[in-house]
Structures are given as C-alpha cells and as structure tokens.
Design a protein. Structure first.
Length: 359
C-alpha cells in the first residue's frame, strides 16, 4: 500500500480536525457518541479496503456481492410497495419513520427511510453494468439485467427524486467512458421515461414526475434550512457548533416545534461545515476531489482494473450528489458505502501506479 500525499494527508487532517473539535464541544457526550459511529471508523474502514482489495483474487466477487445484495433489497422494496407493508418494521426493527413514509406510500425496504434506500441503490447500480456489458456468459448478463431492472423499479418506488437524478448521472458517467453507443440509447430511454413520469398525476410517481421536480415546497424548505444553517455558521465559522450538535441548537435558530428527526440542514456538506467548521469541509472536499481526479486519470489511461475503477467512481458520483439533499454520512449504509468505495478505489490507484509507474 502506497502512502499518497495527494489524498492521504487530506484524509488524516480531516479526521484530526474533527477529533480536535471534540475538545470544544458544548456537549461532549453527544459529540463523542456521533464521533464513535461516524468518525472513528473512517480510517480503519478506508485502510482495510485499501490494503486488502488489490490482494483479493477475483475482484469481480466484490461487485457480485454489491449488485446481488442491492438486487435483493430492491426486490424487497418492490414487494413492500405492492403490499403497502414492511414486516421488518412491524415485527422486528423499531423505525420511527415507518408510519410517516408508509402513509406516503414510499418504499423503505431494509434502509429505514426512502432517502437512504434510494442512495444505496443508485450507488450500487453501476456494479450491475459491469456484468451486463463486460461479461460473455449469458447467465451473468441476464442476472445483471434483472438486478438493474429491480434497482430501477425500487428507486421509483422510493419516490426519491435525487436518487433518480443520482442514478441518471452515475449511469451517464459510466456509459460516457465505457460505451458511448450505449450512452445514446440510455439517454433516449431516460428521456422517454422522464416524459412518461411527467404524465403521472397522483401517488408516489407524482413526486418524481416533472410536476414533483417543479414543486416549490421542497426548494423553499431547503432554502429555509440553508438560511438557518448559515446563521449557525456565521456565529461559529471556525470550529463549528460541535459534532452532532445541529439538533441540539436548532431551536435557538429556527422554529421550536419542528419534529426532532426533521432538524437537519438537508445537506451533508452544510452539516460538516456547520458542525465541525470550514477547515474540515475544505479538507473533506480536497480528499474527495483528489481521489476522483486520480481515478479519472487511471480510467482514461486504462491502467490495470480500470473497468472496476469506473464502477466505483460512478457509484461515488451518485453518493456525492445524494449528499446535497440530506445528511447521508450520518446514516450507516451510505457512510460505510462511501468509505468502502473510497478505500477500494484508492487500492486500485495504488496498484495502477505500481504496475505502470511511468504513467
């Protein structure tokens, strides 16, 4: 494993900055709780997959697991949508959001809320493309097609606009590099599908139709949260309000009768900036941009395992876009997906540099 100054330093400094911020927290117990779940695992997860992924014999096995589990979760989401019931949250797992989204007839599957479900599926979708377009065995391609179709249906069942947009962008990135002929067909199908969705007048499909995209409420709601969050940032520009403190201080800046679970900036980048300061946000962005820049270089030069690097990079695009609309890295599935993908991608970049040092 190489130590790459272009993104390793940014990652270490990001974690260090957030860690030092604990000492300035208004409520150390709350900050330490969030830290243990969503900061402390970053380096172990990232470096575990960075060191072990390249040494794995058949790396396609990872993509089989990613696309296979996504297909199973997607099937469960479709069944939940059809049956209007999720037995997981009725009998086994407590879910405070269940009734709220059940009334809206939006699938949650195993991911607690539709937002996380949509993100998870959009991130995993490019893995199915790897088997559809890069494998010769018909059974492998057929299973890839089935998983991809289930994932698309489940995203629609989640009623998640951004997940649909993230899926389209991730797919566009993938096909633009991998196969421009397929990109043309994909774009025509996507436009046709969006036009058909625009005809929907009721139900969950209305939410992701043109009418849903043009609805004023979601944008007014997010603008209001942006304004509220900027008040916090203005008061605590350097060190932030404290890790995990957004919900704690929300009432000082906003409406006191907002539901506890709705007290978020609806944007992960704003959450990082607000809670841990502008420096931590810059370090996080520098890490991500440096990693993606090197990934594109690796892919365009067709260095070893570039096809898998393209799958991971496309998936990261879907996740980074989803982070614009909710606090994705404060949910376990997107959190671990993000750092696992980053670790695997960094592993491939290290491998490519060792194999082709002159490039």
């Amino acid at each position: 494993m190489n130590f790459n100054l272009s993104f390793d330093v940014f990652l270490f400094l990001y974690v260090l900055t957030v860690t030092l911020g604990l000492f300035f927290s208004q409520n150390l117990y709350v900050a330490a709780d969030v830290y243990s779940f969503f900061i402390l695992p970053i380096l172990p997860v990232f470096y575990l997959f960075r060191s072990e992924f390249v040494s794995a014999g058949n790396k396609d096995v990872f993509l089989v697991v990613i696309s296979g589990f996504a297909g199973i979760v997607a099937l469960y989401a479709v069944l939940e949508f059809v049956m209007r019931k999720n037995a997981l949250y009725v009998y086994l797992v407590a879910n405070n959001y269940y009734r709220y989204y059940l009334i809206q007839h939006r699938a949650m599957a195993t991911q607690i809320v539709p937002q996380v479900l949509g993100t998870y599926l959009a991130v995993c979708l490019p893995a199915t493309y790897h088997f559809i377009f890069n494998k010769e065995k018909k059974i492998t391609r057929l299973l890839g097609i089935i998983c991809a179709a289930l994932i698309l249906c489940a995203i629609l069942c989640s009623g998640q606009r951004v997940a649909l947009g993230a899926m389209l962008i991730a797919s566009t990135v993938y096909f633009f590099i991998a196969n421009k002929k397929v990109l043309g067909i994909f774009m025509m199908l996507a436009i046709t599908g969006l036009l058909l969705l625009s005809l929907s007048q009721k139900g969950v499909l209305q939410k992701i139709s043109m009418k849903g995209f043009l609805s004023h409420y979601p944008y007014q709601y997010r603008i209001a949260r942006l304004q509220l969050t900027m008040k916090m940032i203005k008061e605590y520009p350097a060190k932030g309000i404290g890790l995990g403190h957004y919900k704690l201080v929300f009432d000082r800046y906003g409406h006191k009768y907002v539901n506890y679970y709705m007290k978020t900036p609806e944007n992960m980048y704003l959450m990082i900036w607000c809670e841990t300061g502008g420096m931590s946000l810059l370090l996080f962005l520098f890490f991500v941009l440096s990693l993606i820049k090197k990934a594109f270089r690796h892919i365009l030069l067709k260095l070893p395992e570039y096809k898998i690097a393209l799958v991971l990079t496309s998936g990261l695009f879907a996740l980074l876009l989803s982070m614009l609309t909710y606090d994705a890295l404060y949910w376990r599935t997107p959190f671990y997906l993000f750092w696992i993908y980053c670790g695997m991608l960094a592993s491939l970049l290290d491998y490519g540099e060792r194999k082709c040092p002159t490039n």
